[in-house]
Write a protein that binds this ligand. Structure first.
Ligand SMILES: NC(=O)c1ccc[n+]([C@@H]2O[C@H](COP(=O)([O-])OP(=O)(O)OC[C@H]3O[C@@H](n4cnc5c(N)ncnc54)[C@H](OP(=O)(O)O)[C@@H]3O)[C@@H](O)[C@H]2O)c1
Length: 337
């Protein structure tokens, strides 16, 4: 149990030359930001965006000192919100927490109750953070593809790019569990067995997609796409998407630019679906979390997850940006004992 008067957090500070440094600090509760619900944070997790924020990349944070961590799960300690009472288990993803508002790399957080969702009955706070924004975004992507007609009976495989990363690993697990055939694209040979164990039916080398086709279209291959990579990979993938199929654009691990042609849209009627987990409305979040609690096999979740402490965050932030993290990392805030 945390000290009731103070909390421990990763604090980012910016020097006069705009260099950002991260360190573990103990702060009094009166440093917590505004909000109507105070949560004893038990677990957080590391996402690609956390890596950028901790390393001060992309100017995502404007005000320092800052507590990063775009996700957390824990127990309500105090609440002025009619929706929550002390003892409730809650999870938070996004809403620019950890970016504009102080976040989850902390043993305590104070936020708006509107940003929280209850932990589903059959998940623990630790499992919620094993899922984290990455897993919840993977489910939003599956839902978007299904809303646009994808079914397990659709012809062809669903392509998941950046497959050994957090979004990718959970997308492969969910799709496989739902009966889809999944082509997992990865740049790391040592992850092939891992991806097959999550249910990938085919492995596609990263290089195969890294160079876009010379013409506007390639042969039709994918029944759907979940893309964490962006750039030329997304260009190549779109050119092979089957007629009237859809791609969920999730990430930018290889870059934020997209140079392509309108031909797959005009000649094949494909759809490019943007996924923004951070501002996703609460009703859709509740559906996504309910489905995650039922449709993501927990043995596979355990298989993709490792655990670290708040003190490890700075080192791991660099690793996730270099594509060296496999699957999901849960951050134990030390607040569970
Ligand atoms: N839209 C949203 O709401 C939302 C939510 C969450 C995350 N995201 C974005 O989604 C992306 C993935 O997030 P994550 O948490 O899964 O990150 P992650 O764990 O670091 O996974 C990213 C994966 O992309 C692949 N990759 C890395 N660098 C690459 C490169 N230069 N070229 C091609 N592939 C590369 C790697 O997969 P392999 O090793 O398998 O090749 C890596 O594991 C990030 O860009 C993140 O910002 C967006």
């Amino acid at each position: 149990m945390a000290d009731e008067n103070q909390f421990t957090a990763i604090v980012l500070e910016e020097d006069d030359e705009r260099k950002v440094t991260a360190g573990l600090q103990t702060l009094p509760n009166d440093r917590l930001p505004e909000g109507d619900v105070t949560v004893g944070v038990e677990y957080s997790t590391l996402n690609y965006k956390d890596g950028m924020i901790v390393q001060g990349i992309g100017r995502l944070v404007r005000d320092y000192p800052h507590v990063p961590g775009i996700d957390f799960a824990g127990t309500v300690e105090a609440s002025e919100s009619p929706d929550y009472k002390p003892g409730d288990k809650v999870v938070l993803n996004g809403w620019r927490v950890g970016e504009v508002h102080w976040g989850g790399f902390s043993s305590r957080a104070r936020v708006s109750g509107d940003w929280l969702v209850p932990v589903p009955d059959n998940l623990s706070t630790e499992q919620c953070m094993a899922i984290g924004t990455a897993g919840y975004t993977a489910m939003l992507s599956v839902m978007a593809l299904e809303d646009h007609g994808l079914t397990p009976e659709s012809e062809g495989e669903v392509l998941v790019t950046g497959a050994a990363g957090g979004v990718g690993s959970i997308a492969v697990s969910i799709l496989s569990n739902l009966g889809y055939r999944v082509a997992a694209s990865t740049g790391r040979e040592d992850t092939h067995d891992y991806l097959k164990s999550l249910g990938a039916t085919e492995i596609v080398g990263r290089e195969e997609l890294a160079t876009p086709p010379k013409g506007p279209l390639s042969s039709e291959r994918w029944s759907g796409i979940i893309d964490s990579v962006g750039g030329p990979t997304l260009h190549s993938a779109l050119a092979s998407l089957k007629t009237h199929s859809s791609c969920a654009a999730v990430g930018l691990a290889s870059g934020f630019k997209l140079e392509t042609t309108v031909m797959p849209f005009l000649l094949r009627g494909i759809n490019l679906l943007g996924i923004d987990s951070s501002t996703c409305p609460k009703e859709r979040r509740l559906v996504a979390w309910d489905r995650l609690s039922k449709e993501l096999p927990l043995d596979k979740l355990a298989q993709v997850t490792s655990t670290a402490s708040l003190a490890d965050v700075t080192d791991l932030a660099g690793k996730i940006l270099q594509g060296q993290v496999r699957g999901r990392i849960v951050i134990d805030t030390g607040n569970t004992g």
